[in-house]
Design a protein around this ligand. Structure first.
Ligand SMILES: Nc1ncnc2c1ncn2[C@@H]1O[C@H](COP(=O)(O)OP(=O)(O)OP(=O)(O)O)[C@@H](O)[C@H]1O
Ligand SMILES: [Mg+2]
Length: 237
């Protein structure tokens, strides 16, 4: 699905990604962990064309990601951000139906029906006419997740989807992500929630200083870290 070859990304003269090589298979559930500033968000943003590599390449289904990709791939590659990024001046229902209708993926009627179905699944159908400011953080993030599903994406990228939430709301968002994982969607999640990673991930990668330092299945990686850097990181988690 993604092939990342010798990827490097610099801002000014600072290399924030160095020599990243990674292949992500269709339907894989990948978790990315690592300390602040290690390049996790930058790597995610290189996958959907929000950042363009300084060197190397990122291929999505064999095609190189470039500066036009973000718009083109908007339907295929969904993204969920730490701060939700819902449209504050639109109701929940409008937030959900806007993109699929604008992109002619569905008629207004189809989009409404699909949106209501997703809202029922997350028990928020009574919120369809409210504005995001009236929702809790956990509700906003669950709406943001079903909003990406409305586009029927092949991939969803999650950048720390629970780190802006109060502790009691983290569980409901992680449960939804685990529910979504049952679908045939490639999912890549940056998170600090290690218990979730064990339940969810088919593979975990650990980044430090712009490089992939270790990778493997969650249980092995967490119980038997090979580098001192990962041992230290896990201790502080
Ligand atoms: N647009 C930008 N311009 C300049 N520097 C940037 C830019 N985006 C990121 N950086 C720098 O690149 C490095 C990696 O940032 P990135 O946001 O990818 O880290 P991260 O692992 O996601 O960290 P966090 O866990 O805090 O979100 C940081 O030193 C950051 O300051
Ligand atoms: Mg980040």
């Amino acid at each position: 699905m993604f092939q990342i070859k010798n990827l490097e990304k610099s801002f000014d003269d600072v290399k924030v990604l160095k020599n990243i090589n990674l292949e992500i298979k269709p339907n894989e559930k990948l978790v990315i962990i690592g300390p602040s500033g290690s390049g996790k968000s930058t790597l995610l943003r290189c996958l959907n064309g929000l950042e363009i590599p300084t060197k190397g390449e990122v291929l999505f289904e064999g095609k190189q990601i470039n500066s036009n990709s973000y718009q083109q791939l908007h339907g295929d590659i969904g993204m969920v951000f730490q701060n939700f990024q819902l449209f504050e001046h639109m109701t929940v229902l409008k937030n959900l139906t806007l993109a699929p209708v604008l992109n002619k993926k569905m008629t207004k009627k189809q989009a409404k029906r699909q949106a209501m179905e997703y809202l029922k699944q997350i028990h928020l159908e009574d919120k369809k006419d409210v504005y995001p400011s009236e929702l809790s953080g956990g509700q906003k993030q669950r709406i943001a997740i079903i909003r990406t599903l409305m586009m029927n994406p092949k991939v969803i990228l999650f950048d720390e989807p629970t780190s802006a939430l109060d502790p009691e709301m983290i569980g409901e968002v992680l449960s939804l992500i685990i529910e979504v994982a049952k679908k045939n969607i490639t999912m890549i999640v940056v998170t600090h929630e290690l218990h979730f990673a064990e339940q969810f991930a088919s593979r975990v990668i650990f980044m430090d200083h712009g490089e992939i330092l270790e990778e493997g299945d969650a249980k092995t990686l967490f119980s038997n870290p090979q580098t001192e850097r990962l041992q230290q990181f896990l201790k502080n988690c």
